[in-house]
Ligand binder design. Sequence first.
Ligand code: NAD
Length: 368
Amino acid sequence: MNSFKIAVLAGDGIGPEVMVEAVKVLRQAGRKFDFSLELTEAPVGWAGFDAAGKALPDATLDLCRKSDAILFGSVGLPDRDPTVPKEQRPERAALLRIRKEFGLYANLRPVKLPKALAHACPLAADRQGDGIDILVLRELTGGIYFGQPKKTEDLGGGNQRATDTLVYTTGEIERIAHVGFKAARLRRKKLTSIDKANVLENGILWREVVTRVGREYPDVALEHMFVDNGAMQLMLRPTQFDVLLCENMFGDILSDEAAALAGSLGMLPSASLGATRQEKTFGFYEPAGGSAPDIAGKNIANPIAQILSTALMLRYSFGLQAAADGIEKAVSKAIEAGCRTGDIYNPRETGARKMGTREMGDAIVAAL
Ligand code: NAD
């Protein structure tokens, strides 16, 4: 029986309540698919401040280092922000720190709109086909957000010049391209690589390297698309996409555009992957949304994003494909049966039942 060590960091706001449901589903998956989990909880975010005086307590970081993956809720409480300097706030001191510490270079954001939730999508039904199912893969540690020089100069006379540098190496592009092709193999075997090769040197290199890496994956259909056209195609015909491979900034923008198609942040999981050692890929798994303090503690948050992030963990860190599929199918089954938290509930929908966070978790466990 496989055994995995997971650091469970629920964090702030709705984090703890959606995490309880995710852990419930994960344990049920372990029983059904015969793997065992060593889950250890630790505080992070403002909960970290309350427990140990900082957003990422040393003991929490230590636990992460000893784990195979991190299952993360969310951090941040805007009301408490003024109480500490910017660099000590959870978003920087915990999230960015973890990204850096574990070299998380690949961000995966699956966007899935089941047919039963067609009403939650801003696109007309005829643009949704049989349901939208896209994986946006974003390079997370390179490109214009980190390139040097990065500065603002004073040119005199009230004139300033700001410089950001877009830079990628062959190695960085190869690394993320392999993640993309491997992910496509687990899905519908199509990869659309996004670039701006008509204007940017970086775009030309990106296209060359992705094409070369693609020759190692002859079973995956590769196409290239300029980012401006990609942004438009996401709205016009999102069903044409399987995996969308993007550099950092293009991925930042297109992943949010794609996310809007799913109707609610509460439905969207995400994974950030680091290095692979002995067949295990270290990963950080969290919902795409934040701590939602406006709805925290009321048993109304949608736990599906957190639950689906456990499926990503089983698939991408532990290679437990059947168990990951099982959790995703259980979520679909609950949705098809009419289970709805407030964010995805439409009173005009026949057969839909509005329910709380706990009840949605129970329904998914039962479906599993
Ligand atoms: P948010 O994602 O927390 O909330 C935006 C809106 O979406 C809110 O109306 C919220 O109620 C709703 N929402 C989010 N998740 C939901 C769910 N599971 N079910 C139902 N509705 C849901 O974004 P925000 O309000 O801009 O940020 C709140 C705090 O979260 C801030 O401190 C911010 O910095 C932090 N944040 C953290 C992360 C993270 O931990 N990765 C990500 C984004 C924001």
